[in-house]
Design a protein around this ligand. Structure first.
Ligand SMILES: CC(C)(COP(=O)(O)OP(=O)(O)OC[C@H]1O[C@@H](n2cnc3c(N)ncnc32)[C@H](O)[C@@H]1OP(=O)(O)O)[C@@H](O)C(=O)NCCC(=O)NCCS
Length: 153
């Protein structure tokens, strides 16, 4: 298992992978409606606003994550179904968080599906993220290393 930084050449494969997760899959057509395409991802990777890491097993990309130092947002985290539960999500998340911390982001945050039956719900809480009580569309906003508000669920 190899964890390495994402390059522009990896981006088309990462967009394919993002559409293949067991839960919360997002296809390229949907991402394009949000203005997220391989071209926009490449531009922010090249100018240094974003950075990402991916995991390879036997030369195949099986997971990836990225963050944005201008906003402090953990942008994306995805692991292929057959590779869940092996610590890959946590390792990728750690890479992004460590970089955002080095960048002195005042707040490190992400948006996630608030359905408690989804794997991401318990995963983020287990990894040190807490709900802020804020929403972003249908998603909840979580922050890293912040004590959970008393009334948050
Ligand atoms: C959510 C996701 C990234 C988790 O990745 P993963 O590689 O399966 O997670 P890991 O194996 O690294 O788990 C890390 C820790 O979280 C724990 N964990 C994972 N899911 C959990 C859950 N639902 N409840 C409690 N703990 C959980 C693991 O037991 C592990 O604990 P440990 O390190 O103390 O042993 C992965 O399932 C995924 O890509 N899901 C689909 C896409 C997605 O939902 N992305 C998030 C978008 S909002």
């Amino acid at each position: 298992m190899l964890i390495r930084p994402t390059t522009v050449a990896d981006l088309p494969e990462l967009f394919r992978l993002r559409a293949q997760t067991r839960e919360n899959a997002l296809g390229p057509e949907y991402l394009a409606t949000l203005g997220i395409t391989p071209a926009t991802a490449a531009a922010s990777l090249v100018n240094g606003d974003t950075r990402g890491w991916l995991c390879e097993v036997d030369g195949r990309i099986v997971g990836f994550a990225s963050g944005d130092r201008t906003s402090g947002e953990m942008l994306v985290l995805a692991v292929l179904p057959d590779f869940e539960g092996r610590g890959i999500g946590r390792r990728l998340l750690n890479e992004v968080v460590a970089w955002l911390q080095v960048c002195d982001c005042p707040r490190i945050w992400l948006t996630a599906n608030p359905d408690p039956s989804g794997r991401a719900y318990g995963f983020y809480r287990r990894c040190g993220w807490a709900p802020t009580g804020e929403a972003s569309g249908n998603d909840e906003v979580l922050a890293y290393g912040v004590r959970q508000p008393r009334n948050a669920v």
